[in-house]
Design a protein around this ligand. Sequence first.
Ligand code: XBP
Ligand code: MG
Length: 254
Amino acid sequence: MTIKAYIFDVDGTLADTERDGHRIAFNLAFEAAGMDWHWTEQIYGHLLSVTGGKERMKFYVNEYDKPQKGLPELDDMIRDLHALKTQKYVELLNNNAIPLRPGVKRLLDEARAGGIRLAIATTTTPQNVTALLQNALGKDSMDWFEVIGAGDIVPAKKPAPDIYQYVLDEMKLDADDCVAFEDSVNGIRSSLAAGLRTVITYNGYTRADDFSGALVVLDRFGDTEQPSAIMQQTQQKCCLGVDDIAALCEQVAA
Ligand code: XBP
Ligand code: MG
């Protein structure tokens, strides 16, 4: 069977954006709004169990019993805080682009050269996707992706399958035609629930997550300068390529 499309998660997969990107933007927004909230790396690691910045702030208020718990205007406050955070995140990326993870650009180029269609399925906002891609890959990179499924465009965020189902519907493709690329347990639960074979590249926050059902679990896609340690150990090669992904899909189909 021919793979027609690759559907990429963004945060943690295309780039390591959480610890030094989103977390910093949240703290800058809290400070600008005069809030005494501050998310350390450790607190943020716990809060990452909830996807979506607005949902994550609500979880934080309840989980850490903050004084704002139960306020009638809490949802409005969180909405405004999230808009400020998104502005801070975009500014952050425009000033200090967060690089793509090793091998992401190589795999995107290989896929495009091979006629494999590209899409994005992410919990973050469209503005954040645009800022990441344009700063890391240049202005025209947005056109590489046929569909960008992002943020509140679906009712339920990951681990619900909604965002992947939205992308499949928009591309008029079946799950069997595609492969998903994720970094976290919420992400793979979402992609598997949508029926998608899933490649995992874990990161510092997700290395201990349960990736049961993954097509393959790697430290990174890898490239010649920054090879994948797992590909070197298991396949005696530096990187995961389009051919490797096709072979993995053939194996599971057999
Ligand atoms: C990761 C998320 C997002 C980001 C923060 O998205 O769960 O919520 O952490 O971005 P994914 P927002 O891994 O699906 O790309 O504040 O815009 O939600
Ligand atoms: Mg992710």
